[in-house]
Design a protein around this ligand. Structure first.
Ligand code: 13P
Length: 248
């Protein structure tokens, strides 16, 4: 049985005080949830969130650089993330790929580096609208999955989380259907099975992301291949994110 994992990607939102307030509300409301709950605030709020000493809500970062330290102006290392309590790090988000030109090879390097410090990667894959219309969805997600996992060992793979985020569904209010997402996620799992064997693939949690809301979360969570969600906009509201985690 895979434990469902629902993560909030706050992107470039929330000041320190706003982040603290949101964390407090989530920690108080979600204690009894069987779902693993992760929030990924901006870097500036991680330290204050860690200082809350939360027991239920885990912390993740939205990105990191693939080096321990050094002359990389503006970058954040896994050592620094570990220092502020991060257990997860989102890697290869489509916004990083699109605006900051990150490719699969770079994502693979970061994922391997994260594991050196015991930080679990949430690796994002997903096709654009153009690619979907051209019938390239499978090819794109298989290539991205293989590329991002290139440096992952058989010992590590069960701690990897994959987030399938079709780019056309991100922040658009247009979500994939549960059945569609389930099919693509099944393909991602088959790809992992090809690389690491079926037993390992059955342990990997694969999330759906893209316009997840309280109104549609159940449709995704009830699909057999979908093990959670990576939530953007709706994770900025305590009420909405609590409803999402408490889906029925
Ligand atoms: P939205 O939930 O705002 O569509 O964002 C999804 C996402 O990019 C999460 O990483």
């Amino acid at each position: 049985m895979r434990t469902p994992i629902i993560a909030g990607n706050w992107k470039m939102h929330k000041t320190v005080s706003q982040a603290v307030e949101l964390c407090r509300k989530l920690e108080a409301a979600l204690q009894d949830s069987p779902v693993e709950v992760v929030v990924c605030p901006p870097f500036t709020a991680l330290s204050a969130a860690f200082a809350l000493g939360m027991s239920k809500v885990k912390l993740g970062a939205q990105n990191m650089y693939a080096a321990d330290k050094g002359a990389y102006t503006g970058e954040i290392s896994p050592v620094m993330l570990k220092d502020v309590g991060c257990q997860y790090v989102i890697l290869g988000h489509s916004e990083r790929r699109q605006y900051f030109k990150e490719d699969d090879e770079f994502v693979a390097e970061k994922a391997a580096k994260a594991f050196e410090y015991g930080i679990k990667p949430i690796i994002c894959v997903g096709e654009s609208l153009e690619q979907r219309r051209a019938g390239q969805t499978t090819e794109i997600v298989v290539t991205q999955t293989k590329g991002a996992l290139a440096k992952i060992t058989p010992d590590q793979i069960s701690d990897v989380v994959i987030a399938y985020e079709p780019i056309w569904a991100i922040g658009t209010g247009e979500n994939a259907t549960g059945a569609d997402a389930n099919e693509v996620i099944g393909t991602i799992r088959a790809t992992i099975a090809e690389l690491f064997g079926q037993d390992k693939a059955d342990q990997v949690r694969i999330q759906y992301g893209g316009s997840v809301k309280p109104e549609n979360i159940a449709e995704f969570m009830h699909q057999p291949e979908i093990d959670g969600a990576l939530v953007g906009g709706a994770s900025l509201s305590a009420d909405d994110f609590i409803k999402i985690v408490q889906y029925k």
